[in-house]
Design a protein around this ligand. Structure first.
Ligand code: GLY
Length: 384
């Protein structure tokens, strides 16, 4: 995909990823990390900083460490990565027992762990876990509104009608379940949700809402929320990337051309807003100062842009690849840490605009950075 200086850079960054993951994987082999504390990975198997049922082992990001291990197993062929991935997959079984901590994010949790394991090894236990998760996700579908419900009940809020753009990343679990079992119900639900998202989330300029509330009994949009972005009507960048790459995934699984067109519309909005610096803010409509960033949005966008490049005609590809390389080179050159001082790869991830823990290590930033790098190399393991 690349030439000249970009290809040389890619070769070097692949080596940096391989070197760092070699020792980080050993150091964190019995953990499921989300972030770093004083440079060391935390461990969501035991840590529960918020003390809530959706945190700890049920935390929505707990599939990404396993996903990183499967990417490394694919890249290196080394057995140790498979063993670490399987350890984290087994640790997640407790979530099924506890049940109440699970919500729409079961795709993020079991696609990069159990579906990955099943695709690579044919493990029957992994298939069972993934189908169980798919059934939980399908069970969240609201027939009147044509959407998958987001979180469970939140204190002081009636969230029965809430759907969020992030769910575009969970519905590939439903596509997989139909591909695996031949039962069309899962795919039907996924496509209904994606179609609703086109109508209710994607705005005229190609940007997307984070949260849309529907009437849970009669359907129909009630209102929108700014969610993890700056404010209602703003443009939370990670949400843009969940949509960009998410619609691309729906296109990959269904071939429905409207999904590709939607992914491209969002991508063009996103590319037009990439600052000269290549550093992505938390929200494209946030105040200029403080200049809060989210490195995770850059990494996810790069993955989606590369997937679009693979799907379009040769003469269209360059614009997407150039944007992806700009984002990734910026991350590598100014927002990464390849030293032994920290267990993470990327710096300056931000969970949400109004969350004071900004500019931290976040595991999915590292995951998507690796996925994008291996995609550019041309040998990624497609986990979605
Ligand atoms: N899916 C939640 C987030 O992106 O933070």
């Amino acid at each position: 995909m690349l030439q000249g200086q970009d290809q040389l850079w890619l070769n070097e960054v692949v080596e940096r990823v391989r070197t760092k993951l070699d020792w980080v994987s050993e150091k964190s082999r019995e953990k499921i990390p989300y972030t770093t504390i004083d440079g060391t990975h935390d461990n969501r198997i035991v840590d529960n900083p918020s003390g809530t049922e959706t945190d700890g082992i049920n935390w929505w990001t707990n599939g990404f460490w396993g996903g990183m291990m499967w990417l490394m197993h694919h890249e290196t062929g080394q057995e140790k990565y498979k063993e670490i991935a399987e350890f984290s997959e087994r640790a997640l079984d407790r979530c099924f027992d506890e049940f109440y901590g699970l919500h729409h994010d079961v795709g993020f949790m079991w696609l990069p762990t159990s579906v990955a394991n099943y695709k690579v090894t044919g493990n029957g236990e992994s298939r069972k876990r993934a189908l169980h998760a798919a059934n939980l996700l399908a069970g969240r579908f609201n027939l009147a509104g044509g959407f998958i419900r987001a979180w469970n009940d939140l204190e002081g809020e009636d969230t029965r009608g809430w759907a969020i753009i992030d769910c575009m990343f969970n519905i590939p679990l439903l596509y997989w379940a139909t591909e695996e079992t031949g039962d069309p119900r899962f795919k039907q639900i996924a496509m209904r949700h994606a179609d609703t998202a086109i109508d209710a989330f994607v705005r005229g300029d190609g940007s997307v809402n984070h949260i849309v509330e529907f009437d849970p009994v009669n359907g129909g949009v009630v209102k929108t929320y700014g969610g993890q972005g700056y404010e209602e009507g703003s443009s939370w960048t990670r949400g843009q990337t969940w949509a960009l790459y998410g619609f691309m995934m729906s296109y990959i699984h269904t071939g429905k051309i409207e999904y590709l067109h939607t992914a491209k519309r969002i991508a063009h909005y996103f590319m037009a807003n990439i600052p000269e610096s290549g550093l992505i803010p938390i929200d494209f409509r946030q105040p200029k100062e403080p200049a809060y960033e989210d490195s995770t949005a850059a990494a996810i966008a790069a993955c989606g842009l590369i997937e679009i490049a693979k799907a379009v005609q040769a003469n269209e590809r360059d614009v997407y690849i150039r944007a992806a390389v700009k984002l990734l080179r910026t991350l590598d050159e100014s927002r990464s840490d390849w030293t032994s001082a920290t267990d993470c790869l990327l710096l300056n991830g931000s969970a949400a605009y109004h969350n004071p823990n900004r500019h931290t290590a976040i595991i999915y930033g590292d995951y998507y950075f690796m996925e994008a790098i291996f995609k550019l190399k041309g040998n990624d393991l497609y986990l979605w």
